[in-house]
Design a protein around this ligand. Structure first.
Ligand code: NAI
Length: 463
């Protein structure tokens, strides 16, 4: 049986987060009919529980810091306190406005039928929602991810939280333990510290943001020390106990840390259990959906996009994959997505933005003798001095070859990642980039200066 009015859709999409809704919009543009199914609000984790609300909190945190530091710019101001209800209504207002826009875009599209409810794959071409069947010539699985916990670590939403709970907190905790020094961990540690909490990060690996270049981790750790954000790296977490007023966490070796609450930020798992994927023959590994490079699952006309596909769990990767699959289904033969060409940004203070290979990875791939690096210190960049930020732009290149990686840390570095991405994806040579004129004074010049230096003609730096 096909869907209620007998129509078979061109595409049935399970999940309306970044990957799913991008696929729906692109497919609709290509005149394909789409059923877009979601059990919660359209927009998924990114809009409601991830990227957007956390960045609003990070911006409020920056305003608090700027108020505290106003005197160093000659401005007399005093931070009288944090009104968390008002911070939350600022954050929620942004989400609500964006949601209204997205909702309108999707529900008013004549090619898209939005279906509210929990979907389950019941045949290779059919998703069932509350007893109704939606049949498609193609299916896109886009069911997203959830906050993982650790065995024996019970999340109660009061003392032991996930990022979802942390986003809804009605107060600034007096103290917090952040379990995991990855992206979510350092972003929340940064927010809470700026809002006045005493924060300790516990990270099992030997450094914070371990996926980034080692120099970036070192600089972040220096900055966090200066900001008095505590962190303990290299020892896995063992257990958490409730105390009279909060929690006590123990790490390997028996050391303990106490705080009002603990945030679990040890990664996100794919939402694939109980959705009928395996029953239809789809291959899962550790819960992730295995696809080929064209995002096809190898079963019928079923594709998968977003956080359920192994790789970087980033909204912009989901968007790109959604667009890719819609075009693939429309027969447009899009170019395969280069996963190493996806930019990464961590919005803690200082911000981290990166592209391509780290120095270590580049040396592993091409051999230590074939790789060259250059670090341009933001100390020489006028705009960074105006912003009173410290950090660097690090370039990794293949000797006499193209740029392999760009790694940046410092205030507002997220805004520089666009140029880094173009340079990387065009496989530009430093000599070519060095010819580009960068506006003065901007932080963007730091990239330009780094390339001038790597091309052997430094302007305000040593080669
Ligand atoms: P993550 O994978 O970035 O970091 C998790 C950290 O927890 C790792 O460093 C890991 O070593 C540590 N860990 C795991 N088990 C541990 C243990 N037993 N004891 C101590 N430490 C332990 O995952 P995270 O931060 O939860 O983020 C989830 C996903 O969401 C990531 O893929 C991330 O890319 C994405 N995200 C992206 C953002 C952005 O682009 N700005 C913002 C927030 C999340």
């Amino acid at each position: 049986m096909s869907q209620p009015n007998g129509e078979t859709f061109d595409i049935v999409i399970l999940g309306a987060g970044s990957g799913g809704y991008a696929a729906a919009l692109r497919a609709a543009e290509l005149n394909l009919s789409v059923a877009l199914i979601d059990k919660a609000e359209l927009g998924g984790t990114c809009l409601h529980r991830g990227c957007i609300p956390t960045k609003a909190l990070l911006h409020a945190a920056e305003v608090a810091d700027q108020t505290r530091e106003a005197e160093s710019f000659g401005i007399k101001a005093e931070l009288l306190g944090i009104d968390m209800a008002a911070v939350n209504s600022y954050k929620d207002g942004i989400v609500a406005r964006l949601y209204k826009g997205l909702n309108g875009l999707l529900t008013h599209n004549k090619n898209i039928t939005v279906v509210a409810g929990e979907g389950k794959l019941v045949a290779k071409d059919t998703v069932e929602v509350a007893g109704k069947r939606y049949t498609g010539r193609n299916i896109i699985l886009a069911s997203g991810s959830y906050s993982r916990s650790l065995p024996g670590l019970e999340v109660d939403g009061r003392r032991v939280l996930t990022s979802e709970h942390a986003l809804k907190l009605d107060r600034v905790p007096a103290s917090a333990i952040v379990l995991g020094g990855g992206v979510i961990g350092v972003e929340f540690a940064s927010v809470w510290k700026s809002l006045g909490a005493d924060v300790t990060i516990l990270e099992a690996l030997p450094r914070l943001v371990a996926l980034e270049d080692e120099d970036v981790s070192k600089q972040l750790e220096r900055a966090f020390r200066k900001r008095k954000i505590n962190f303990k790296v290299g020892k896995p977490f063992e257990k958490v106990e409730h105390t009279e007023n909060g929690v006590r966490a123990t790490i390997q070796g028996g050391e303990t840390v106490e705080a009002e609450l603990l945030l679990v930020a040890v990664g996100r798992g794919p939402t694939t259990a109980g959705l009928g994927y395996e029953q239809q023959g789809i291959k899962l590994e550790r819960g992730f959906v295995i696809t080929n490079e064209r995002l096809h699952t190898g079963v019928g006309n079923i594709y998968a996009v977003g956080d359920i596909v192994p790789g970087l769990q980033l909204a912009h990767r989901g968007f790109q994959q959604g667009i890719f699959v819609a075009e693939e289904i429309a027969g447009k033969k899009p170019a395969v997505i280069d996963e190493t060409g996806i930019p990464r940004v961590t919005y803690c203070d200082p911000e981290i933005a990166s592209m391509g290979l780290t120095e270590t990875k580049a040396k592993e791939t091409y051999g230590a003798d074939s790789v060259e690096t250059y670090n341009y210190n933001l100390g020489g960049n006028g705009k960074s001095q105006i912003l009173k930020t410290q950090g660097f732009v690090k370039l990794v290149r293949r000797k006499d070859g193209p740029v392999l990686g760009v790694h940046m840390i410092g205030a507002r570095m997220s805004e520089q990642v666009g140029e880094a991405q173009l340079i990387y994806n065009w496989e530009a040579f430093p000599e070519e980039v060095a010819q580009l004129v960068h506006a003065h004074p901007t932080q963007n010049e730091a990239l330009g200066e780094a390339f001038l230096a790597l091309a052997g003609k430094p302007l305000h730096a040593h080669s």
